[in-house]
Design a protein around this ligand. Structure first.
Ligand code: ATP
Ligand code: MG
Ligand code: FE
Length: 340
């Protein structure tokens, strides 16, 4: 079967087709990054309007890529939440309408379940159960995953998400928006041991995170530095090392607590090379394995929504959950723990 997936929760319009025999057979993404860059953050209303312009053209593009027409599509999956309400309504409106017009079922997908399942699109995919670390622009979650829909939250950020910490720190250092990838790139030229930043909340038990203090620490370092290229690289290095170390310590604890030796890492920050290296080493030392999406499926994309939609479609056929009625609903706030 073939599922068309639509992602519009934030500032990326993503559309893809997942074929249960062949995998992803069409995949297109339009990023609004340049549109929002001059404002230093996502402007919700501009995001909605741009999704309106791009969603249908991307649907046409992926159908062409996959050599399909509308009769070949068995269901439509769209991101139902969480995200920006206006942006969600565009994807939900287009997705639900296409399903109505084509007379096929519509599946409303949880955006974070999309991220969580993204590594399943790789050849070497994880089997349930596993611990998942979801590190994105809006979330930092450690989840014990028994099976599809069986999610136990082990820990989360009490303030900034990991990606948000990267972006805000990058902004302080004048690296533009969104600065996460630029900060990571700058850190490659940094030297170890020049600056030392704290590893927040690692000296006490528990699996929650706090990243907001790090940006203040970086602001102090930055303001008192000579702002030479090398100093900036050294500060970036110290910041990234602190975030990676903190995540490493919490993941090690989470794996021990849950008794797992498989770790799934997903969301935008899972593209970070230093984080991947450290977590892969950790899992190797435990005789287990860390699993990641390919870099382009770490950040928002239609493929993960098409795939999660496929999994949910199968579950609905088994009596778990329901297809979306021809009504348009979206949830800007939707804790993943509410899923069954
Ligand atoms: P959410 O999924 O929580 O709703 P989002 O969809 O906006 O948030 P993603 O698209 O998954 O988030 O990820 C974007 C985030 O990932 C940004 O904060 C970005 O800076 C960060 N990011 C991307 N690449 C890297 C990298 N190499 N190193 C660190 N951070 C990165
Ligand atoms: Mg984004
Ligand atoms: Fe996301």
């Amino acid at each position: 079967m073939k599922i068309l997936g639509i992602e519009t929760s934030c500032d990326e319009t993503g559309v893809a087709i997942y074929d249960s025999e062949k995998g992803i057979i069409g995949d297109a993404l339009y990023s609004q990054v340049e549109l929002h860059a001059e404002y230093g953050g996502v402007v919700p209303e501009l995001a909605s309007r741009d999704h309106v312009r791009k969603t249908i053209p991307l649907v046409q593009e992926v159908l062409k890529q996959a050599n399909c027409n509308q009769d070949d599509i068995d269901a439509i999956a769209y991101t139902k939440g969480p995200g920006l309400i206006g942006a969600l309504f565009v994807g939900a409106g287009v997705g639900r309408s296409l399903a109505y017009a084509w007379d096929i079922p519509a599946v409303g997908v949880h955006h974070m379940e999309g991220h969580l399942l993204a590594p399943m699109l790789e050849d070497d995919k994880p089997e349930f159960p596993f611990v998942a670390l979801l590190v994105s622009g809006g979330h930092t979650l450690l989840v014990d995953v028994e099976n599809l829909g069986q999610y136990h939250i082990l820990g989360e950020s009490i303030d900034d998400a990991a990606g948000e910490a990267f972006d805000k720190t990058a902004k302080i250092m004048g690296l533009g928006y969104p600065g996460g990838p630029a900060l990571a790139k700058l850190a490659e030229k940094g030297r170890a041991g020049i600056y030392k930043l704290p590893r927040p909340m690692t000296d006490r038990p528990g699996l929650d995170f706090s990243f907001s203090g790090l940006k203040t620490a970086v602001a102090n370092l930055y303001n008192s530095s000579d702002k030479s290229e090398q100093s900036l690289a050294d500060i970036a290095y110290a910041f990234q090392e602190a975030v990676v170390d903190t995540i490493f310590i919490k993941c090690r604890r989470a794996l021990e607590q849950a008794g797992r030796n498989r770790l799934v890492v997903s969301g935008g920050v899972s593209a970070n090379v230093a984080l991947r290296a450290k977590l892969s080493d950790l899992l190797e030392s435990k005789g287990g394995k860390a699993y990641y999406p390919r870099p382009k499926f770490c950040t928002d994309n239609g493929a993960m929504i098409a795939y999660a939609g496929f999994c949910r479609y199968q579950a609905i056929l088994k009596g778990q959950g329901e297809f979306e009625e021809p009504a348009v609903r979206a949830k800007p706030r939707w804790p993943i723990a509410e899923l069954s």
